[in-house]
Design a protein around this ligand. Structure first.
Ligand code: ZN
Length: 394
């Protein structure tokens, strides 16, 4: 089952990649049709590339990083639209094409091939004059330790409820790929308010106590979720809790939405909106944003500009801890559950790379301009959960 879903995602990603290559060929052909091809000459004829860097230049496979570049003013033909293209595998094709690229742009990439990969940026102006720049990514073999999420069940759960936790753990471990150092955890019973039993042993890589119990009946509080202990080194969660009201869970299972809710809450336990720290800018203002470089590149790759918009309304537990609903709409990590699919976008996957996880952006769901909010939509169900904040580092 996992193999099939991974394969279908890979095929979808391949389809997108091929489409973008075709687009770049068409754009290049039309832009050079009336002038001699000036090849890949670097120098005064092409736009000036002031800088071309990767936010992270080395790491284990899959290496996810943001490629960033700046194009100097004045070197290009005045007013000409620039085409920026990236070859991210050292081959002869340019897999990523950015039409009308700004003077400063960024795109995220995941490189799995082990070794030194020369990444090339090619910038063309309307006359066909081109400049290139390169940067090198150094990718070490993948860790033998894949990322693992252990869910302890507490209280009474049906098979369907229990399966939702397994499905969510599997899905997140397709996005977050690389294992972390094994940590040790010592907690007493009910340490973080879930009635869970004591634990005193290793954790590899994240342990979650999941509880479904009666809280306040249908509506009201759906539950609470978040990391309870984070790692002293790096600050990523080691232990967290997910607690749901059994009355609400019954409704969510009946409408087929419980799995999406568990996915969303597990995202918070993994650190989304809960261990953002200085990556969150403007908290409490009308325009909070997420500053992670890989997320910023991912956001711009789906049509956004500037930094990633974070929720600015809805109060505590919703604002400053989710993507902005008015922009991201159905995306999994907004503060509101949609009736249809709630896709895990490349921006959400990227946010975990920015937190320090080893992430494969290719495992994200299809998501882009077509699914961004374009007008008013019906009110969605708000994820009304009490946030759980880390209480200690271990
Ligand atoms: Zn949430």
């Amino acid at each position: 089952m996992a193999g099939n879903s991974t394969k279908s995602r890979a095929l979808r990603a391949g389809g997108l990649r091929r489409w973008s290559v075709v687009a770049s060929i068409l754009l290049t052909a039309s832009s050079v049709a009336c002038v001699p091809d000036q090849g890949s000459a670097v120098g005064s004829t092409g736009p000036t590339i002031s800088s071309f860097t990767a936010s992270t230049g080395s790491g284990t496979s899959p290496l996810t990083t943001a490629l960033r570049w700046e194009i100097g003013a004045g070197a290009s033909a005045a007013g000409s639209a620039l085409l920026c293209e990236l070859d991210v595998d050292g081959g002869s094709d340019f897999e990523i094409s950015v039409a009308n690229c700004d003077s400063a742009s960024t795109r995220p990439v995941t490189v799995s091939a082990v070794g030194a990969t020369i990444v090339t940026l090619r910038v063309s102006d309307e006359t066909g004059a081109r400049s290139t720049a390169t940067t090198v990514l150094s990718v070490e073999p993948a860790s033998a330790d894949s990322f693992g999420i252990t869910v302890r069940r507490n209280g009474v759960m049906s098979a369907a409820q229990s399966d939702a936790f397994d499905a969510a753990a599997l899905r997140w471990s397709q996005v977050i790929r690389t294992g972390l150092p094994t940590g040790s955890l010592a907690i007493v019973a009910n340490q973080c308010g879930t009635s869970a039993p004591a634990y005193n042993a290793d954790v590899d890589d994240l342990m979650i106590d999941a509880t479904i119990s009666s809280i306040d009946g249908v509506g009201g509080v759906l539950g609470r979720a978040g990391p309870c202990y984070v790692r002293a080194a790096g600050g990523l969660p080691l232990y967290g809790v997910m607690q749901f009201d059994s009355a609400d869970v019954a409704d969510l299972v009946a409408t087929g939405q419980f799995e999406a809710v568990v996915m969303h809450e597990m995202g918070h336990v993994l650190g989304f909106g809960t261990v953002w720290g200085p990556l969150l800018s403007g908290a409490g203002t009308s325009d909070p944003t997420f500053l992670g470089p890989v997320s910023t590149g991912a956001w711009q790759s789906i049509g956004g500009s500037g930094a990633v918009p974070v929720e600015n309304s809805g109060g505590g537990g919703t604002a400053d801890a989710h993507w902005r609903e008015s922009t991201f709409n159905a995306e999994l990590m907004t503060g509101y559950l949609d009736a249809g699919p709630n896709p895990l976008s490349v921006v959400t996957a990227a946010s975990f790379a920015d937190l320090g996880y080893g992430v494969d952006l290719g495992a994200a769901d299809s998501y882009g301009l077509a699914t961004l909010r374009r007008g008013p939509s019906a009110p969605d169900l708000r994820f009304v959960l009490e946030p759980v904040e880390p209480i200690a580092s271990v």
